[in-house]
Structure formats: structure tokens, C-alpha cells
Write a protein that binds this ligand. Structure first.
Ligand SMILES: Cc1cc2nc3c(=O)[nH]c(=O)nc-3n(C[C@H](O)[C@H](O)[C@H](O)COP(=O)(O)OP(=O)(O)OC[C@H]3O[C@@H](n4cnc5c(N)ncnc54)[C@H](O)[C@@H]3O)c2cc1C
Ligand SMILES: *[C@@H]1O[C@H](CO)[C@@H](O)[C@H](O)[C@H]1NC(C)=O
Ligand SMILES: *[C@@H]1O[C@H](CO)[C@@H](O)[C@H](O)[C@H]1NC(C)=O
Ligand SMILES: *[C@@H]1O[C@H](CO)[C@@H](O)[C@H](O)[C@H]1NC(C)=O
Ligand SMILES: *[C@@H]1O[C@H](CO)[C@@H](O)[C@H](O)[C@H]1NC(C)=O
Ligand SMILES: *[C@@H]1O[C@H](CO)[C@@H](O)[C@H](O)[C@H]1NC(C)=O
Ligand SMILES: *[C@@H]1O[C@H](CO)[C@@H](O)[C@H](O)[C@H]1NC(C)=O
Length: 768
């Protein structure tokens, strides 16, 4: 009685009409699994993986079967040959299981490599048996000809096998058995089957969880299979991207009763949106990394940084809220100069005040973010204020005096509410998502708009289940609004045949995107990507004996100061209710070209990079970042490479030497007063390096402020109604249409702009 055939010859996938799995929470252990209960025998197969991009090579799985199931098995990779096969059965009240492997259609034998650990919720009771396991070395494995793996970033079609006949020696995990009595497949979107590393570790080490099923409407719970189709419903407005531009627009369009779909390539962020990425010390709360202002600096140090857009070479947020889900939260209501004709706006735009007032009514901003009305960790603000007072700066509440931007300083102001990140997510998104005329479609990427000459008929997405081809159509008078950001919107335009010919030719050469381009006769040659601008910024690092550098933010994720963590959990007060900035200032300068340029400064405890050969006390470090804002004249160009990755083709910092001279003068003016502040020492640059040498040698990549504007400037790429020139019904509402640098960190200016843009779009004749 040697080998008998097992698992048979599994037929191949494409033709299989697979049923689709989704997310569920196992009540016995609280784990959110992604899987499927096959109806014929009632067996459930589930999986959950660490974050995408993790190198851990493992997953947690379960098989739950009625007692009539003598054995059951699963192939997460979807076929029998060269695949990880997991088999289990009950014996004497315990689960017996093994990982097996075969290179031909014979009984699979023990697989070397996988390490199986049974998790505590495994059990056998009167009616069921359940195997919950951790499988290490299990996502990728060696085969005779290389490696094979579970498609963790993609849609998969796992196979299951079931038998009502017992195995030959139930006590032996390597027992032989006869061929399964039934088998089948199910579709599973593995790309959604991931949880935070912190959450995964808890479950993998046997902890029970506060698993949650993602809100319905996400791909994980939409019943879709590789061969199924959901109807393509037409919309009045398709909004692409949920950054500040897209969220303000979506809220106002739905408020006006339009039928809208908002498409976002990323997943949830704040806790109330379904986000659950949190440090251990926030477990048991609805707070996440994105909610917690004091975790801002960890955006840059986290090894699991799933929120950055991986196909853009500079920092950009690819999740609900876009940049506003991960940024520093600085919130500056725009001064009149932000919308003046001298900085590129049409005269129809200069009266921004009604729109800025609408914005302020939704989110006033606060310079006391802690809910107890106190300010915390203010030493860097006090030291910087002393430095500025000695240069005749005056102290104001910045957002109460938006047009005062010369020789002023004040406390950093944030777009937070109740001690938590808010921005457009906890305001505009919150009201929009409650309306029945909005469909929100996360985890879906728009590839291009579908054009019939100048008429846009819909958008093409990467979700081919929609209409069988991924196309979401517009109603007859419908409109598309691109809000995919300064890099994301240009890429969609290039892929739609709109932009400079060199960029469209790169698309044409791409085997996937090329065939989706409209015919060359319909290409629209617009200067998309030209004339972009970002604040050049330079960091100065100091020490002062009064400063608490807060361990340079290094411990806030894993081991924050216990009293601060406790206070924040209790009522969202304390140090962790602030993002890192503490004080901001502005000064106007006249350059050698007679143009006015404004200098902005931001002070905070800690430092990103220190270069000195002298010893210094790392517990006392603080940084002043000095930038050029409105008036900066340098311009760059952004575009895509042959892999369609978006990047700055020409960096926008210091292409005009006058910008550099003004910033240098601003730094020298600050530094000149250091001796007037007792105990203040500049350590980067230190006293062996001149400010000029420091600025000359500054790495351009570090000069990036992540405030990109201008790649689809108004009057050049879009008209004064924000409609793409040469189209009937394609609009852009995001940072890319802003023609020159706003005065402060730009999110509030972008949102005032969006309030005004959507009002103009709604008023424009011809639309739905
Ligand atoms: C690290 C960092 C810190 C910052 N700090 C501050 C600050 O403190 N204060 C401040 O005012 N500003 C700050 N900013 C800048 C601010 O966040 C951005 O200017 C702002 O978010 C830009 O808004 P947007 O609507 O143009 O685009 P984004 O915010 O970039 O949003 C675009 C959205 O579109 C989605 N998307 C892109 N392409 C597609 C596609 N093809 N299909 C579907 N969806 C798509 C993206 O996932 C994203 O959600 C910071 C930015 C960064 C990166
Ligand atoms: C046995 O366990 C299964 C799976 O957890 C559960 O659904 C079932 O109710 C349990 N049966 C009994 C009799 O406790
Ligand atoms: C988390 O949010 C849910 C839904 O809003 C709420 O029911 C629950 O009480 C919250 N939990 C905590 C710990 O705040
Ligand atoms: C500005 O002045 C007020 C009133 O004197 C004071 O309370 C506040 O701390 C000062 N602000 C700064 C940033 O120094
Ligand atoms: C670029 O900016 C310059 C100066 O601001 C302006 O004259 C020019 O028209 C702009 N061009 C485009 C394509 O935006
Ligand atoms: C460094 O600074 C901290 C905090 O101010 C202080 O407690 C410590 O004594 C300083 N260390 C030295 C060596 O001066
Ligand atoms: C430079 O700074 C170091 C350390 O702060 C100090 O020891 C040294 O005397 C300074 N040199 C000069 C020339 O000021």
C-alpha cells in the first residue's frame, strides 16, 4: 500500500469559473482572514499576510471543516505541481498537519523549508475541526527550476481539496491517503489580504486580535472573480484621487446632488476610514499612525512605509487623503498674494476670500492642538523666538493676520481637530461619504481617460472586473476631474495623449499603456510638467541647553515616554497631539532683480542630519528649516521615464541664481544674531564651514519641500474654469494647476483653490 495518487490532475485556471473570497473575522481568535467558505462541504480556507513589501516570507492561515471532512488541503499558489500544499485532519482531539510538495501528479510528500506553528485557536470539537497556523518560509519557495510564490500583491486563485475518506495513518503527519473526493478553486485578491506588521506579529505569536472587516465597497469584499464582471455604471462626475483637491471637490459635487464616483489608488488612513495601522501602545483604540500627530516624524523612518507612492521618485502619499494623510499638518490660510495675477492667476480668481471663508468654516486650524488647551515641548519655539526678536520680528497669531508675512513669527498652526489629524479627511470626506450619491472606490488606479477626440467618455482603471474592461463611463453630460496630484495627474494626462510629444512617445513605447493611447491625430500638445515649482529649503541644526530633543522622535513608535503615551490615549492631549513643528516665521526680501521673495522658517525639536566634527549634546538638538516661498522664480520640469515612473526631469531649486542669493542672505541674517541668544550653538553648519559653503554643497534632493505646484498651470494647461485646454469635459483640481508657490505649506491654499474651482465647474454650462 504505497503511494496512491492524491489531488488528481488539477485543471488549469483561466477557464475556471472561480467563486470569489473576501474578508471575514474569525470569532474564535479575532483574526481578519481573507478567504472563502466553499459551499459544497462548508470548509473555510483563510489567509492573512504581513504588509506588502515585507521580507518576512510568511503568512497566517486556517482551515475550518465540519467533522465529516476527513481531511482537507489547500494550495495558496493555485495548483498542485511545484506548490506549497497544506493538508490537515483531526486525530484524537488534535490537529495533525503537514506541508507537502510534489513535482508530478503523485501523492505529495513532506516539503522541506516551511515551518508550521499551530496557533492556540486550533481545535477539534463535536461538530468541527479547525487548524489555525503560522507558515514561515511559505510565500516563496525553491523549485527545481528557480522559485515559485504566492502572488501576494495580486489576484490569486487558490485551490482546495477535500476528502470524506480518512487518511491511512491518522496519527502520522506524513500519512499516505487516497485521492481527494472533491476539489475546486476560488478567486482571492491577495493584494488586499495584508495587515500592519504590528498587527500581524500579535496574531502570529498567538495573540487574539481586534480584527475588523474592511468597509464594504473595497475590492476585498466586492464579490468579484477573474472571470466575473460588474456592470459599468455611468456617473455625472468621476473624481480621480482623494487628496485635498479631490476631497473638497467630491464633497461639493455630492452636496450639489451630482452622482459621483471617487477613485483612489490607495487604501484607508485615519481610524474612522477603516485604517488600522497602529503602534502597540495604541492597541485597543481606534487611533492609528495617521491620526496621531506625534507620529509624523516616523513616516520617514518606518520600514513598512506602504503609504508612499512607489512609482513616484519623490515623497507622495498614495492613500485616502493623499499627502494630507501623512504630512506635517501645517495649516496656513492663504493670504491674498496666493491668488494674485502677479503670480499667474487669471483675474477671475483673485477674490478668494469667500472660498477661503468656506474652508475656514470647515477647518479653522489650531495653534494649540492638545485637547487640554496647553502647549507642549515648546523650548525650540522659545529659543527661535529669542533669535527672531533680536532681528525685529513681531509675534502674531499667523492665521488671524494672513496678509502679514514680513518680520512675523507665531506658533505653528495645524489642520487638526480634537488632538488628531483631520485635514480634508475628517471634514470634507466625512460629509461626502455619508451621501448616497457618492460611490467611493479605493485600491483602484486610473490608467488613462477614455477619449473620443475632445470628448471624454470615461476612465480606464486597473480593475478589469468593471464592465469586463475596467472602464467607468460618464453620463452624456458627465465630466472627469483629475485630482491625482502634481505627479499623478500629469502621468494620467500623458497616458491619455495629452502633453508634450516626448512624454506621449514614452507611453506609446510601453507595451501596456501604448495600445490604450488615442490615435496620434488626437494628441493634444500642452506644456504638462513644465514650470513646476517647489520651495527650496535648507536645514540649520542647533543645540540649546533648554531644548528637549525628544530623543529625536526615535522612540515614539516603539517606546514613547510612558506618561506621554498614556496622556495621549486618555484624551488626545500632550506632546503627541502636536506634529514636530513648533514655530513659524516669514520675512520679505528684495532680490538683485528687484523682485520680492518671501522667506519662511519652521522650528522643531530634533534633526534629520547633522554634520560636525565637534562633540555636541544630542539631547539638546533642534532644527530651523529656512525656505523660499512666494516670489521664488526657479522652475523645473516633471515627467515620466520609460517605465512610466514619475520624477523631476529638471530639479526646480536654484535654477535662478537670485533665489539662491536671497535664501543665503536670509540664512546669514538669522545666523548673525546667534550670539544674542545665550547658549545657542549652530552645529550644522558648524564654525568650520561658512553658510555659503554649506548652501553650495547642499544635496538638491534634500532641498525638496514636497510642495510641488505648477505642472498643469492654470492659463497654460487648464483654462480659468480648470478645464484642460482643447477638451470638452476634462478638468484638473489639485496642486498641479497652482501657477506659483503659495506663501506657506500649501494644503490649505490647495483646498481654498478647490472650493473656488468646484464652484466654477458647477456654474459652467454644459455639465451634468
Ligand atoms: C512628507 C510631506 C510633508 C508635507 N507637509 C505638509 C504640511 O505640513 N503642510 C502642508 O500644507 N502641506 C504639506 N505637504 C504638502 C501637501 O500634502 C501636498 O501639497 C498636497 O497633499 C497635494 O495635494 P493634491 O490634492 O494636489 O495631491 P495629493 O495629496 O498628492 O493627492 C493625490 C491623490 O491621488 C491619488 N492618485 C494618484 N494617482 C492616481 C491614479 N492614477 N488613480 C487613482 N488615484 C490616484 C493618490 O493616491 C493621492 O491620494 C507635505 C507633503 C509631503 C509629501
Ligand atoms: C465547534 O467549532 C466551530 C468552529 O469554531 C463552531 O462554529 C461550532 O459552533 C463549534 N461547535 C460546538 C458544538 O461548540
Ligand atoms: C472605535 O470606533 C467604533 C466605531 O466608531 C466605536 O464603536 C468604538 O467604541 C471605538 N472604540 C474605541 C476604543 O474608541
Ligand atoms: C506672543 O505673545 C503672547 C502675548 O505676550 C505670548 O503669550 C506668546 O507666548 C508669544 N508667542 C510666541 C510664539 O512667542
Ligand atoms: C512658465 O513660467 C514663465 C514665467 O513665470 C511664464 O512666462 C511662462 O509662460 C510659463 N510657461 C508655462 C508653459 O507655464
Ligand atoms: C545633555 O543634555 C541633557 C538634557 O539637557 C542633560 O541632562 C545632560 O546632562 C547633557 N549631557 C551632557 C554631557 O552635558
Ligand atoms: C568652534 O566650535 C567648537 C565646538 O563648539 C569650539 O570648541 C571651537 O572653539 C570653535 N572654534 C572657533 C574658531 O570658534
Amino acid at each position: 500500500m504505497l503511494r496512491r495518487l492524491a489531488l488528481g490532475v488539477l485543471p488549469f485556471l483561466g477557464s475556471v469559473l472561480a467563486q470569489a473570497g473576501g474578508a471575514y473575522v474569525d470569532p474564535d481568535n479575532g483574526i481578519t482572514f481573507y478567504g472563502y467558505t466553499e459551499p459544497a462541504h462548508g470548509v473555510t480556507y483563510g489567509f492573512v499576510f504581513p504588509p506588502l513589501g515585507s521580507t518576512s516570507n510568511e503568512f497566517i492561515g486556517e482551515i475550518v471543516a465540519p467533522i465529516a471532512g476527513a481531511w482537507a488541503g489547500v494550495s495558496p499558489g493555485g495548483s498542485m505541481i511545484n506548490n506549497l500544499l497544506l493538508v490537515a485532519w483531526p486525530n484524537a482531539g488534535k490537529i495533525v498537519r503537514s506541508a507537502r510538495y510534489t513535482t508530478s501528479y503523485v501523492l505529495p510528500t513532506a516539503m522541506s523549508g516551511p515551518i508550521l506553528t499551530d496557533l492556540p485557536s486550533s481545535k477539534v470539537n463535536a461538530t468541527h475541526w479547525k487548524w489555525v497556523y503560522r507558515c514561515q518560509n511559505c510565500v516563496t519557495w525553491a523549485t527545481d527550476s528557480g522559485t515559485n510564490s504566492i502572488p501576494v500583491g495580486d489576484f490569486g486563485v487558490p485551490a482546495w481539496a477535500y476528502s470524506s475518506a480518512p487518511v491511512d495513518t491518522p496519527s502520522n503527519p506524513q500519512s499516505t491517503f487516497v485521492e481527494h473526493t472533491d476539489f475546486g478553486f476560488f478567486g482571492l485578491d491577495y493584494s488586499a489580504a495584508h495587515v500592519s506588521d504590528a498587527q500581524y506579529q500579535i496574531w502570529a505569536s498567538g495573540g487574539s486580535g481586534t480584527g475588523t472587516v474592511p468597509p464594504t465597497g473595497t475590492p476585498t469584499t466586492t464579490p468579484t472573480g477573474p472571470t466575473s464582471t460588474v456592470p459599468a455604471i455611468p456617473y455625472d462626475y468621476i473624481v480621480v484621487g482623494s487628496g485635498p483637491g479631490g476631497l473638497v471637490t467630491t464633497d461639493r459635487l455630492t452636496e450639489a446632488g451630482k452622482k459621483v464616483i471617487l477613485i483612489e489608488r490607495g487604501g484607508p488612513s485615519l481610524g474612522f476610514t477603516g485604517g488600522n495601522y497602529q503602534p502597540d501602545w495604541e492597541k485597543g483604540t481606534n487611533l492609528t499612525k495617521f491620526d496621531t500627530p506625534g507620529l509624523f516624524e516616523t513616516m520617514f523612518s518606518d520600514s513598512n512605509s506602504f503609504w508612499w507612492c512607489k512609482d513616484i521618485t519623490v515623497f507622495a502619499g498614495c492613500l485616502l487623503g493623499g499627502g494630507t494623510a501623512i504630512n506635517g499638518g501645517l495649516w496656513w490660510l492663504p493670504p491674498d498674494l496666493d491668488f494674485s495675477t502677479s503670480y499667474g492667476w487669471p483675474s477671475s480668481w483673485v477674490n478668494h476670500n469667500p472660498y477661503t471663508a468656506k474652508l475656514k468654516a470647515r477647518l479653522p486650524g489650531t495653534d494649540i492642538p492638545s485637547t487640554d488647551g496647553k502647549r507642549y515641548l515648546m523650548q525650540s519655539a522659545d529659543v527661535t523666538a529669542q533669535l527672531l526678536k533680536s532681528s525685529n520680528y513681531v509675534n502674531i497669531t499667523i492665521n488671524d493676520n494672513t496678509n502679514y508675512k514680513d518680520h512675523v513669527y507665531g506658533y505653528s498652526t495645524f489642520g487638526f481637530l480634537g488632538g488628531k489629524r483631520a485635514g480634508p479627511i475628517a471634514t470634507y470626506y466625512k460629509s461626502a461619504i455619508a451621501r448616497k450619491n457618492l460611490v467611493y472606490k479605493p485600491n483602484t488606479m486610473v490608467l488613462n481617460v477614455v477619449r473620443d477626440g475632445s470628448q471624454i467618455t470615461g476612465v480606464k482603471t486597473n480593475d478589469n472586473v468593471i464592465g469586463g474592461n475596467g472602464i467607468i463611463p460618464l453620463t452624456a453630460k458627465g465630466r472627469v476631474i483629475l485630482s491625482a496630484g502634481s505627479f499623478g495627474t500629469p502621468r494620467i494626462l500623458f497616458r491619455s495623449g495629452i502633453g508634450p510629444t516626448d512624454m506621449i512617445n514614452l507611453v506609446k513605447a510601453d507595451s501596456v499603456a501604448g495600445p490604450l493611447l488615442p490615435p496620434q491625430a488626437q494628441w493634444l500638445n500642452l506644456p504638462v510638467g513644465y514650470n513646476v515649482s517647489d520651495n527650496p529649503s535648507i536645514n540649520l541644526v542647533f543645540t540649546h541647553p533648554s531644548v528637549d530633543a525628544y530623543d529625536n522622535w526615535a522612540n515614539v513608535w516603539t517606546a514613547p515616554r510612558p506618561a506621554d503615551a498614556k496622556q495621549y490615549i486618555k484624551d488626545q492631549s500632550g506632546v503627541l497631539a502636536h506634529a514636530s513643528p513648533r514655530l513659524n516665521f516669514w520675512r520679505a526680501y528684495s532680490g538683485s532683480d528687484q523682485k520680492t521673495r518671501w522667506l519662511q522658517g519652521t522650528a522643531r525639536p530634533g534633526a534629520a542630519s547633522i554634520t560636525t566634527k565637534y562633540a555636541y549634546n544630542a539631547s539638546q538638538i533642534m532644527t530651523i528649516t529656512v525656505y523660499l516661498s512666494t516670489g521664488v522664480t526657479s522652475r523645473g520640469r516633471i515627467g515620466i521615464d520609460a517605465a512610466l515612473k514619475a520624477y523631476p526631469i529638471v530639479n526646480p531649486w536654484f535654477t535662478d541664481p537670485v533665489d539662491k542669493a536671497v535664501l543665503l542672505q536670509g540664512i546669514n541674517d538669522l545666523v548673525a544674531n546667534i550670539p544674542k541668544v545665550s547658549g545657542l550653538t549652530m552645529i550644522t553648519p558648524d564654525n568650520t564651514t561658512t553658510v555659503k559653503a554649506y548652501v553650495d554643497a547642499y544635496d538638491p534632493a534634500s532641498m525638496n519641500s514636497n510642495h510641488w505646484v505648477g505642472s498643469c498651470s492654470i492659463n497654460h494647461v487648464v483654462d480659468q474654469n480648470t478645464k484642460v485646454i482643447g477638451t470638452n469635459n476634462l478638468f484638473v483640481v489639485d496642486a498641479s494647476i497652482i501657477p506659483s508657490m503659495p506663501m506657506g505649506n500649501p494644503q490649505a491654499s490647495i483646498m481654498s483653490m478647490a472650493e473656488q474651482a468646484v464652484a466654477k465647474i458647477l456654474a459652467l454650462a454644459g455639465g451634468a
